[in-house]
Design a protein. Structure first.
Length: 184
């Protein structure tokens, strides 16, 4: 319920509920750690503040108790759409993927693999694909030096600096197809 609504109720009941609403919000985020991040859902890339409860002791599992819009972020200035407002449920969801997964050719299931294995496999497959599909000249004999065998797709939380390195790396490998969620 918005403060404006509370204000309307307040005048009807004869007392002001706004301090109580402000107090309940303070209680919710009391003793939390603030982490600034970016909503991952769409290309708007709204800034969020994640409130985490937990004293960082080894036997304590941190709990994200609240996510709100970052008022200092010029993109959204503290606002969030309903998807961004539900981020806490996404972060704390027991079905959230926390490890790389792979589905082997012919398999009907995904399997968890360690990060090092995933990076090694991606590097090996990119090398193999590039060796097999690299095109030095087109049908008219013009030098093109391109690789149409793999593509790159980035996410909306990728920074400018990260994307700069992606373009440099992927173009250096000859990749033609570069896409980003920010364009979806
Ligand atoms: S809060 Fe909504 S509009 Fe903003 S990035 Fe997330 S999904 Fe997009």
């Amino acid at each position: 319920m918005k403060i404006g609504t509370a204000g309307a109720i307040a005048s009807g009941l004869g007392f002001d509920l706004r301090p109580a609403y402000a107090q309940s919000r303070e209680l919710k985020i009391a003793r939390t750690t603030e982490t600034r991040s970016t909503c991952p859902y769409c290309s708007v890339s709204c800034g969020v503040i994640i409130h985490t409860l937990g004293d960082k002791a080894k036997n304590v599992t941190p709990q994200v108790v609240h996510v709100e819009g970052d008022p200092d972020q010029p993109i959204n200035r503290g606002t969030l759409c309903p998807k961004g407002s539900s981020l806490q449920q996404d972060i704390m969801n027991e079905r959230r993927l926390l490890k790389p997964q792979v589905r082997r050719p012919g398999s009907d299931r995904w399997e968890d693999i360690p990060w090092d294995t995933a990076i090694d496999e991606i590097a090996r497959l990119m090398k193999k694909t590039r060796d097999e599909t690299f095109i030095e000249k087109d049908s008219k004999g013009r030098v093109v030096n391109r690789c149409e065998g793999f593509a790159w797709s980035g996410g909306c939380t990728d920074t400018n600096e990260f994307n700069y390195l992606v373009v440099k790396t992927m173009r250096g490998l000859g990749a033609v197809y570069l896409e980003n969620q920010a364009r979806v």
